[in-house]
Design a protein around this ligand. Structure first.
Ligand code: ZN
Length: 380
């Protein structure tokens, strides 16, 4: 790795100098220099001399964090109504890993792997949908017919592609399951058990939430936790339902999954006032919200900061906690020396910023997180 040039030792490729490093995994929120070499994090120290790297970037007054891990996106571009191109948004957003929340099914996964995930600069992982048709066409409820599910095939696909898959996706609103209640979830859990992976369960109106929560296992993920379309985590009186508290105690993971219809400001506010904070913050980025109200993950993090979380908290929920939810915390979501150099640099802007939830509610935040640099596998 050491390379002698002009009589001076050049150890590192990139040096991020003078920034504040926020890394929950290392319990770090302090001024540190970060050096990258050979695509991995090579050193984090209080003072690394400028001459030690080929390229030194001054990041004074900025925050250096692990690359963001967005566990709910839709990036099956060209095949599904939802699919965006990951590389069009992630490199300008500090996002280095996205997880597609079940656009591919066991049937369409090979195309996802070959044409979407492998060619992308962004690290792309995916949940496999329990429905064999996956999330192809927005208006169609993918589990109206139980014949669409084949848990055995889903499990086999997960087992054969552990490098790229993270679990089973199921959507449990009436729009998606018709009159089938929690039966699709039961099949998703069956597949997940066989493959020893978590389930990610979308919640919405028309299937009672307690019936869903009762079936979930520790490590399974509820996404759209602050949705407000019916069967919310908050009841009509504004109280978080006891079943949600119990699920949290049991180790079920709650994820924001903002989306185009699944982040109601009032629900988030009520839940958070009572101390019910989501474990993970994700976007549910797709064609229907990339031009607002989601835009990108830093925008969603800014909204949660407005709702009372600190910068340190939102970063943790979009890095280390996100990596844990997809069981990738060994490799992703932190800046430990020796791990892949997926790094983001942010500045926090002060001012008056308009944010919208998915129900047209406008709120004004006085801080906004803006990515200024994204490094993926050691490359800017
Ligand atoms: Zn989604």
């Amino acid at each position: 790795m050491a390379d002698r040039r002009w009589g001076r030792e050049m150890n590192y490729d990139i040096l991020l100098k003078g920034g504040t490093v926020i890394d929950a995994a290392q319990n770090l929120n302090a001024m540190r220099d970060v050096a990258i070499a050979g695509g991995v994090v090579a050193a984090i120290e209080a003072d690394i001399p400028e001459g030690a790297a080929t390229q030194t970037i001054n990041v004074k007054d900025k925050f250096v964090t692990p690359g963001l891990v967005d566990i709910h996106t839709h990036v099956y571009y060209g095949v599904t109504t939802w699919g965006i191109r990951a590389d069009e948004v992630c490199p300008t957003a500090g996002t280095t890993t996205v997880v597609d929340a079940g656009s591919p099914s066991w049937v369409t996964f090979p195309g996802f792997r070959e044409f979407i995930a492998e060619p992308a600069q962004t690290n792309i992982l995916t949940y496999i949908h329990i429905s064999g048709i996956g999330l192809v066409y927005g208006p169609v409820g993918e589990m109206h017919d139980m014949a669409y599910a084949n848990p055995g095939r889903v499990a086999e696909t997960l087992q054969a592609h552990r490098d790229m898959t993270v679990g089973v996706k199921v959507r449990q609103g009436k729009m998606q399951v018709g009159d089938n209640g929690v039966e699709p979830l039961k099949l998703a859990i069956k597949a997940a058990k066989q493959a020893e992976t978590p389930v990610m369960c979308h919640i919405g109106a028309g299937v009672p939430l307690p019936n869903i929560l009762r079936l979930l296992r520790p490590g399974d993920v509820i996404t759209h936790c602050f949705q407000g379309n019916g069967d919310n985590i908050v009841d009509e009186k504004g109280n978080v339902i006891p079943e949600a508290w119990e699920a949290r105690e049991d180790g079920i993971i709650f994820d924001v999954g903002h989306g185009a219809g699944s982040f109601r400001y009032e629900i988030a506010q009520r839940a958070m006032e009572q101390g019910f904070i989501s474990d993970v913050i994700s976007t549910d980025l797709h064609t229907g919200n990339i031009n607002g109200p989601v835009y990108d993950l830093p925008t969603v993090l800014s909204k949660l900061m407005h709702l009372g979380l600190s910068l340190e908290e939102v970063i943790e929920k979009a890095t280390f906690s996100a990596a844990k939810a997809i069981q990738r915390e060994e490799q992703l979501g932190h800046l430990r020396v020796g791990t892949v150099a997926d790094v983001a640099v942010f500045e926090v802007l002060d001012g008056e910023f308009e944010f919208f939830d998915t129900h047209g509610t406008k709120f004004i935040g006085n801080k906004k997180l803006k990515a200024v640099l994204t490094i993926r596998e050691g490359k800017i």
